[in-house]
Design a protein around this ligand. Structure first.
Ligand code: CO
Length: 278
């Protein structure tokens, strides 16, 4: 990887990390979700970054892909909140997430198990390692603490302007596996739950243009390329305008069990990896 690209990944990571921490500390009882989402998105721009995807704020059994459409919903005492931040600089993306419990500590063990799974996974990343091996580390760590990894959800490789560029990092010892290589960039994101870990789909609040979009989607491609955007970012568009776009449905633990998520972006090196979003 040339220095220019590395610098861009590292800068995006630095911004994403600052915003994850700052936005996370604003998650408090009675605060509207929208306030935190807009704070995060504006802060990314203030720090010189670009938004790679809408700030995801997914609560309790919702694992991912929720972003508020309006200022009605507020954080409640006891909520287990996943905040997921995406930043890019010239298309080089940082993707990072953490879990915060609002004013209670009932799910500290679950949150800690997920964080430890991510830490252990990062320690296992190096040139030529199999993605299954990383997944196995995640699965074992989460299970050791008595919880279940969500198999349906995975980490993913990143490339310029591509949030999911083809290789998945499973959260268990999967049958399918890829050999990862030096200089590849990945978001690793264990999800842990106290439930069975099956996923059902909810509603879409996030969309993206497809590569070969129709003319009706041209405006969207011009603004966002193929990166995801929030429904609330395009209030001028009606439901018909959004037809045929890629929809990111809410991902929900099907039995309603609480879900935690931890995520960092890493650049694969020879004997280890560099975390860009520390
Ligand atoms: Co993410």
């Amino acid at each position: 990887m040339n220095e220019y690209i590395r610098e861009h990944y590292l800068e995006a990571g630095k911004i994403a990390s600052v915003v994850r921490k700052e936005a996370g500390s604003r998650i408090k009882e009675d605060v509207p979700l929208l306030e935190v989402a807009e704070y995060a998105e504006n802060r990314i721009k203030d720090l010189g970054g670009n938004i790679a995807f809408p700030c995801n704020i997914s609560i309790n059994e919702i694992a991912s892909h929720y972003t508020p459409d309006d200022d009605i919903a507020r954080f409640k005492r006891g909520d287990v909140v996943k905040i997921d931040i995406g930043v890019h600089i010239e298309g080089y993306i940082a993707d990072t997430a953490s879990t915060v419990e609002v004013a209670t500590w009932h799910h500290s063990k679950l949150i800690k198990a997920c964080e430890e799974a991510l830490d252990n996974a990062i320690l296992s990343v190096r040139d030529s390692v199999q993605t299954r091996t990383i997944g196995k580390v995640i699965e074992q760590t989460i299970k050791k603490h008595g919880f279940t990894p969500i198999k349906h959800l995975t980490g993913h490789s990143l490339e310029q302007y591509m949030l999911h560029s083809g290789i998945n990092i499973p959260n268990y010892a999967s049958v399918f596996s890829w050999k990862i290589k030096k200089d590849m960039v990945f978001a690793i994101e264990p999800f842990a739950t106290s439930g069975a870990g099956n996923i059902r789909y909810g509603k879409p609040h996030i969309y993206a243009a497809l590569k070969a979009g129709t003319t009706a989607h041209k405006k969207i491609s011009e603004r966002f390329g193929t990166l995801p955007f929030a429904r609330r970012w395009v209030p001028e568009m009606n439901t018909g305008d959004l037809k045929g776009l890629r929809e990111y449905f809410e991902l929900i633990e099907s039995s309603g069990a609480i879900v935690a998520q931890s995520e960092h972006t890493v650049i694969v090196g020879e004997g280890g990896c560099e975390v860009t979003t520390k």
